[in-house]
Design a protein around this ligand. Structure first.
Ligand code: PEP
Length: 250
């Protein structure tokens, strides 16, 4: 089934940025003009969501958060609920990033519960999956990613509230990327897998590639079939680099 999927480029600032990073945010807003042909989103640390929400008013730039708790409220010291992130200005939240899966032991079931919490608060869930280098070397990349999809995706999805990001763990922050053929094969696999799990909604869900995307390799990667945008870490911290990536779509 043919579907129009509007591309989206998302910057994940991770644990980087203070209020004076607004200079970079403003440069990104300026580079985005009245809105590029793709959507552009920054996911800053949660402390910056509210001040940044004031700065982006009137611009096409969107804000997302980097994680949420699965519960609506309660005794969870230091955590933030999806509704809190929404109130602070986020319209989306990343769940299941490999750094959360590794650093905080987040299982597929936890990632699914967080994605459901995001949906419950009206946020788009950006659900991350991806294999380690050892898993790819052992020939198990598709098995790992297929299992993560099966365990992490909520049972009810809409194309408008769900984005899936394929981020091979070995490519994150390393400067290494899969071959174009490998990206195409994995994105095709992910689309088919979501279709097998959820049916036709799979054709409207945007699939992002993430892992060492830079201005120099973005054109080639973003042109791949079933790549509907990128999740960008390091290169999103400098507006010039980030706009060199989403600017590919103009
Ligand atoms: C990420 O961590 O989501 C990511 C894609 O990082 P980088 O672009 O720095 O590899």
């Amino acid at each position: 089934m043919a579907e129009t999927r509007r591309p989206i480029v998302i910057g994940n600032w991770k644990m980087n940025g203070l209020v004076d990073s607004a200079v970079e945010l403003e440069a990104t807003i300026a580079a985005n003009g009245q809105g590029a042909p793709c959507e552009v989103m920054i996911c800053p640390p949660a402390t910056l969501l509210f001040p940044f929400s004031q700065l982006i008013q009137g611009s096409a730039l969107r804000l997302g958060a980097q994680d949420c708790h699965m519960a609506e409220n309660g005794a969870h010291t230091g955590d933030l609920s999806a509704a809190m992130l929404s109130e602070a200005g986020a319209t989306a939240v990343i769940v299941g990033h490999s750094e959360r899966r590794a650093d905080h032991g987040e299982s597929d079931a936890v990632v699914r519960a967080k994605a459901e919490a995001a949906h419950g608060a009206g946020l788009t869930a950006i659900i991350c999956v991806g294999e380690t280098g050892a898993q790819r070397d052992a020939g198990g990349a598709e098995t790992v990613v297929g299992t993560q999809l099966e365990g992490s995706l909520p049972s009810v999805l809409r194309a408008e509230n769900t984005i899936v990001a394929y981020e091979p763990v070995w490519a994150i922050g390393t400067g290494r990327t899969p071959t174009i053929a490998d990206i195409e094969a994995m994105h095709g696999f992910i689309r088919r897998r979501i279709e097998a799990l959820q049916g036709d909604v799979a054709h409207g869900i945007r699939l992002l590639y993430g892992g060492s995307v830079k201005p120099g390799n973005a054109a080639e990667i973003l042109a791949v079939a079933n790549v509907d945008g990128a999740l960008v870490g390091g290169a999103s911290l400098k507006a010039a680099d980030f706009s060199g990536i989403f600017g590919i779509y103009t």
